[in-house]
Design a protein around this ligand. Structure first.
Ligand SMILES: NC(=O)c1ccc[n+]([C@@H]2O[C@H](COP(=O)([O-])OP(=O)(O)OC[C@H]3O[C@@H](n4cnc5c(N)ncnc54)[C@H](O)[C@@H]3O)[C@@H](O)[C@H]2O)c1
Length: 101
């Protein structure tokens, strides 16, 4: 299992906890908005654990405050992480699943 998060320390700590319980886990720091970084991280995952069989895309943020007060900048951050980040992560992993049938 690979845990990817922009908070690299959090991802590594969670992976360490899983490893201590007998799982095979790695934690990596990645910002899902960065396509190049996502692809590099998935390559690290393949090297460590083999082809990717399942992807769970849960990196996400909310825009704080009342809907009517959300700035365009905050809205675009939500879209970049929650939507485009999911797109990047799935385009970087789904080919493994297709190749495996
Ligand atoms: N928790 C719920 O019950 C629930 C229900 C419905 C929808 N959601 C949505 O699911 C998403 C995640 O919710 P959660 O409760 O797990 O939130 P969370 O804050 O516990 O976890 C989100 C994780 O995403 C990471 N993250 C933020 N920006 C990132 C980036 N650019 N690249 C990589 N990682 C990044 C954060 O560091 C954090 O660890 C949110 O969009 C939330 O609105 C949550």
């Amino acid at each position: 299992m690979a845990l990817l998060d922009v908070q690299g320390d959090v991802a590594r700590q969670a992976a360490d906890e899983l490893t201590a319980k007998g799982a095979e886990a790695v934690g990596l720091e990645v910002d899902v908005r960065d396509r190049t970084a996502v692809e590099a991280a998935m390559d690290e995952v393949r090297t460590a654990l083999g082809p990717i069989e399942i992807a769970v895309t849960s990196a996400g943020v909310d825009a704080d405050g009342a809907f009517t007060a959300i700035s365009q900048e905050a809205w675009e951050r939500v879209l970049a992480i929650n939507l485009t980040g999911t797109f990047h992560c799935l385009q970087a992993t789904v080919p493994d699943m297709l190749a495996a049938g």
